[in-house]
Design a binder for this molecule. Structure first.
Ligand SMILES: [Zn+2]
Length: 252
């Protein structure tokens, strides 16, 4: 009697987890198959296994290896063209480089068509509280001391925001205009932008470029917040990339 009660009592989470494990095992997809994840996500689902495709990453042995695109993107010295002459270059420390390499390795592969040439290290921005900058052509990202030292910032916050800028600058002007229109941005005769609508953060109010960089950062770091604070942006990314972009698993 007691046993049967235990058997019948099933905490919903564990029931769900077991259902998905069975669902994956029955498919006979090898965990080590290079196409494991794509095969898994297209497996047939029923009511009880409806959410299991979200677990595919867990079931497959996908190694988190940096894409070749990111190799040597962290650069020493001074970028060839940097418009702020008063900003001084400093050396990277090992402790600074490692978390950046780890984060770059986790960026989804379908995002790497950006114009970025290098990520450089400088001491202070001319705008004293600024933790990072991206050149107007999206080719150069600079991280300042504030990225690593200021309590308001984390490396993930700053780097993903700047990579967002680089992605946006890599879009065609038509794509950028479409983004502006879809998100409700308007430009007046003086070239000043305004938007009535929702924003994911205070910084996103500045202009479409900052809005994009912030939306991109939240999409990868806190998609639930983006979905609730700016669902138009969340939908825009999902439409553009045909799926929800997610950071890959941590490597170390
Ligand atoms: Zn910015």
């Amino acid at each position: 009697m007691f046993k049967s009660i235990i058997f019948l009592m099933c905490i919903p989470y564990f029931c769900f987890a077991d259902t998905c494990i069975d669902w994956f095992n029955e498919s006979k997809i090898s965990k080590n198959d290079k196409a494991c994840e794509s095969k898994c996500t297209t497996l047939q689902m029923e009511m009880s296994t409806f959410s299991c495709s979200q677990e595919c990453e867990k079931f497959c042995n996908t190694k988190c290896e940096p894409n070749l695109y990111w190799k040597n993107k962290i650069k020493d010295g001074r970028p060839g063209k940097w418009e702020y002459n008063s900003e001084k270059t400093v050396e990277w420390s090992k402790d600074e480089k490692e978390p950046i390499e780890d984060l770059l390795a986790r960026i989804p592969n379908n995002l790497i068509k950006l114009p970025l040439e290098g990520i450089y290290r400088m001491k202070k921005s001319i705008d004293i509280i600024n933790p990072g900058s991206t050149s107007y052509d999206g080719k150069i990202i600079v991280l300042y001391n504030n990225t690593f030292e200021h309590p308001s910032w984390s490396i993930q916050d700053v780097l993903l925001h700047e990579i967002g800028h680089s992605i946006y600058e890599g879009y065609s002007s038509v794509d950028r205009q479409q983004y502006e229109k879809k998100l409700g941005w308007k430009k007046d005769n003086q070239g000043t932008y305004s938007k009535h609508g929702s924003f994911v953060s205070r910084r996103a109010h500045d202009n479409p470029t900052e809005d994009f960089a912030e939306n991109f950062k939240y999409l990868l770091l806190n998609p639930e917040k983006l979905k609730s604070d700016n669902s138009q942006a969340f939908d825009w990314f999902n439409n553009r990339y045909k799926k929800q972009l997610k950071l890959k698993k941590e490597c170390r």
